[in-house]
Design a protein around this ligand. Structure first.
Ligand code: IYR
Length: 219
């Protein structure tokens, strides 16, 4: 067991304005984020995606194991294969697997089995949970960790003026095959990323957010 070594907090982030103003300003930025299904094919530079992934890599994780991998796909052939496999899963979902209740809850979003955005958006980011350490030991709080990193990622993409969809074809095992990932990596999310289409629309339903008094309890 190695002794813990401590260093001073390297940088104290100072927003330069009172915390209330900084918190509100970040809220204003994040409140314009929406999941989008209508993408432009306008290219997004690799550098932009790299900065967003670096940001995701700053998320906290169980024992700082950073159990995530972000596979950023541009290659049209892989994207075509991902779309074909995702649509097959979605057909099974909408036609057989989803409960009546689930379909009813999704109805206001207007989603269906056709996932053209998987080929239109210039990047697909497949987020994988790395379930094992290099010596085969398990990771701790893997889903929580990769979920936090995914949150950082979508915030970073939004901050860069991009849009994304947190797409969850289920099961996602096909991504291991199409993206040549080993079995200890488990697909967690598939994010089409790009700019919104000129005539991009979102479901009205998505505008409704629970008010603060419904989500916050102060004790
Ligand atoms: N994965 C399916 C169904 C779906 C599920 C949820 I939860 C959503 O918020 C939206 C869709 C699909 O992508 O169509």
């Amino acid at each position: 067991m190695s002794e813990p070594q401590f260093v001073p907090l390297p940088t104290r982030y100072d927003p330069g304005v009172p915390s209330e103003d900084a918190a509100r300003a970040f809220y204003e930025v994040m409140s314009t984020r929406h999941s989008v299904r209508e993408f432009s094919s306008r290219p997004v530079s690799r550098e932009t995606i790299e900065w967003a992934v670096r940001t995701a890599g700053r998320a906290p994780s169980g024992a700082n194991l950073q159990p995530w991998r972000f596979v950023c796909v541009q290659d049209p052939d892989r994207r075509r294969r991902i779309r074909a496999a995702a649509e097959e899963e979605e057909r099974a979902f909408y036609e057989r697997r989803a409960s009546e209740r689930w379909l009813r809850d999704l109805a206001p979003l207007g989603t269906d089995t056709v996932k053209e955005y998987l080929e239109i958006a210039p990047w697909l980011i497949a987020v994988f949970l790395v379930t094992k350490q290099s010596d085969g030991a398990p990771v701790y709080y893997g889903s929580e960790s990769v979920g936090l990193a995914a949150g950082f990622l979508i915030a970073a993409l939004h901050h860069a003026g991009l849009v994304a969809l947190t797409h969850t074809p289920s099961p996602m095992a096909f991504l291991n095959k199409v993206l040549d990932r080993p079995p200890e990596e488990r697909a967690f999310l598939l994010l089409p990323v790009g700019y919104p289409a000129d005539d991009c629309r979102i479901p009205e339903h998505a505008l409704q957010r629970k008010p603060l008094d419904e989500i916050m309890i102060v004790q």
